[in-house]
Write a protein that binds this ligand. Structure first.
Ligand code: ZN
Length: 358
């Protein structure tokens, strides 16, 4: 075997080749095997390896769609260096159930690094961490908000992790949140292995969102350019990456009473302490209670549910000292994206005029 061949569990991928490989994980109650399927796409020239993962939470389907469009992108066929490992659906059993969780109701993103003799989730985690992660120079893990809870495109990265922050900057997300990494997450496993990792969150579970998908695909390609896997874009096209807003903390504004909920503010907007964000009304007409912001920042997440109980999370505000300036930067970072007409997006899989600028 020559030095340049890549072998993953006996499956050989030569330079210039692309293969969809299958890694066995276990067997389901129906006696069907569970396998983790990964695209391994290699350029003809040596270079770094990037892994992109989707659907660690089975209902966060924007990630799978970002990867589907990414692996079909014409930019990967020309002047592409190194190796892209793309796992559209990490949590296959949860994806089949259209659920965030594994069939035993556990959260796969609390089971890393996993174990070869653990639960099904533990084994899934182990396959990813032991077979694929060691091959990588960086990781982009794709997520969305929860069911009925939409997120503005945002990147989460571990505070003071410089290498990961650099990847986050290259991705060019409107907002980067520097947050603590929870134990058991894939992000924690990457940190442990010393591999830079960012988590991209956009949109909501069970729902495809065009802007989130385009932003995600564009971000991954920007990371690939940053790593030298794709040719650099002309200076004029680099503008967006400079406009990211970095926030250290998020705060959830919760319902103070139960009732029918109306939001009055959109994602990405500036929020000042004392602003009215929405209201909760008594369905019997007795009261209308304003939801007042206790913080100053940018709205990065919002519930889309019209019924709320007291205590339900309504608005996620990323704290920022100069929210109007941050709002402006967010608009600039999304230049072109929100304005794309839906009928332009008929079939953007093989060539997307917005994200496939080569
Ligand atoms: Zn998630």
């Amino acid at each position: 075997m020559s030095m340049t061949e890549l072998e993953i569990q006996g499956q050989i991928i030569k330079p210039g080749e692309r293969k969809l490989i299958s890694l066995p994980v276990g067997v389901l109650t129906t006696h069907e095997p569970v396998t983790m399927r990964a695209w391994v796409i290699r350029g003809k020239t040596a270079g770094p390896t990037l892994m992109v993962t989707g659907c660690i939470h089975g209902d966060e389907i924007n990630g799978a769609e970002i990867i589907r469009r990414l692996v079909n992108s014409p930019s990967l066929r020309k002047r592409f260096k190194g190796t892209l490992i793309a796992v559209p659906i990490v949590n296959v059993p949860a994806f089949s159930n259209r659920s965030r969780y594994l069939p035993d109701r556990r959260d796969l993103n609390r089971l890393f690094p996993g174990s070869p003799k653990g639960s099904l989730g533990g084994r899934l985690a182990h396959v990813l961490t032991s077979e694929l992660l060691p091959l990588c120079d960086a990781v982009v893990d794709l997520h969305t908000g929860a069911v009925n809870r939409a997120n503005l495109p945002q990147v989460r990265v571990t505070a003071e992790d410089r290498a990961s922050l650099e990847v986050a900057q290259a991705f060019g997300s409107p907002v980067t949140l520097t947050t603590e990494t929870q134990p058991g997450t894939f992000r924690a496993a990457c940190n442990e292995a010393g591999i830079p990792v960012i988590l991209y969150e956009s949109g909501e579970a069970l729902r495809l969102d065009t802007a989130s998908i385009r932003f995600g695909k564009r971000g991954v390609q920007a990371v690939m350019r940053h790593m030298g896997m794709l040719p650099k874009r002309p200076a004029a096209a680099k503008k967006s990456a400079k406009h990211a807003v970095v926030c250290e903390k998020g705060h959830w504004e919760r319902a103070q009473v139960g009732g029918i909920f109306t939001a009055l503010i959109a994602l990405g907007k500036a929020v000042k302490k004392g602003d009215v964000l929405g209201f909760v009304a008594d369905p019997f007409g007795d009261y209308e209670e304003e939801v007042v912001s206790s913080q100053t920042g940018i709205l990065i997440g919002r519930t889309n549910v019209g019924q709320v109980d007291e205590g339900d999370a309504l608005f996620h505000v990323a704290l920022a000292r100069f929210p109007s300036r941050a709002e402006k930067k967010i608009v600039q970072s999304g230049e072109g994206l929100p304005d794309i007409a839906e009928d332009d997006d008929d079939h953007p899989v093989h060539y997307d005029p917005y994200t496939d600028v080569i």
